[in-house]
Ligand binder design. Structure first.
Ligand code: S3P
Length: 208
């Protein structure tokens, strides 16, 4: 009997190839707050049949308090140390899709660990989308400033050169989440299964 591959089977095969090529490595989502790292990460993990981990939620669980409370009572440097420790632990806990907080990838030690133990995806997002997504929320201590828009602009210009070091870049924008997830899958497949090199970074899913 001739073998037929339906589109659904082809996609299942693509996902199986990605997880096989990952081996013990995780997928780590990096990028600014409001980029959709948790939303996309959760969906990507279910497509790939991998566990989903959220670094911010794990930090809150480990500290027994919310991120705004950690910033308030212990200060940002202490939060950053805890964040680095939690991400190191999560990267050692087996392959997963891991969403990180927006500042995590700025620490070299964390970037090095991610490079060694994971494939990283930068969800690149424009300032206006960030502002729209975070506007009505008070859970981002870094944006409790007199001019949150200026703060976001400054953080983007400080951070983008570093986020760019991720293995892959996908433009996060106002399209259905499944479209972004599909682009992540295509980009992972290109990088891991078709021998796509680093230049994938500038070609896949990025709106110039
Ligand atoms: C931060 C982003 C937040 C959280 C903390 C600091 C940042 O996570 O870790 O408020 O430095 O950009 P999200 O990126 O998930 O919002």
């Amino acid at each position: 009997m001739p073998e037929t591959t339906s589109p659904a089977n082809a996609s299942a095969t693509q996902e199986a190839r990605i997880t096989a090529a990952l081996g013990a490595r995780s997928i780590v989502l990096v990028g600014m707050m409001g980029a959709g790292k948790s939303t996309i990460g959760r969906r990507l993990s279910s497509r790939l049949g991998m566990p989903f981990l959220d670094a911010d939620a794990e930090i809150e669980a480990a500290a027994g308090m919310s991120i705004p409370d950690i910033f308030e009572s212990r200060g940002e440097p202490d939060f950053r140390d805890g964040e680095a420790r939690v991400i190191a632990r999560l990267l050692d806990s087996g392959p997963a899709v891991l969403a990180t907080g927006g500042g995590a990838f700025m620490r070299k030690e964390t970037r090095d660990r991610i490079r060694d133990k994971a494939v990283s995806i930068w969800l690149k997002v424009d300032a206006d989308i960030i502002m729209r997504r975070v506007k009505r929320r008070s859970d981002r201590p870094l944006l409790q400033t007199a001019d949150p828009e200026a703060t976001v602009g400054r953080l983007i210009s400080e951070r983008e050169p570093v986020y760019r070091q991720a293995d892959l870049t996908i433009a996060s924008r106002d399209v259905p989440h499944e479209k972004i997830v599909e682009e992540c899958i295509e980009a992972l497949h290109g990088l891991l299964c078709r021998g796509g090199a680093k230049e994938t970074n500038d070609r896949i899913g990025v709106t110039p």
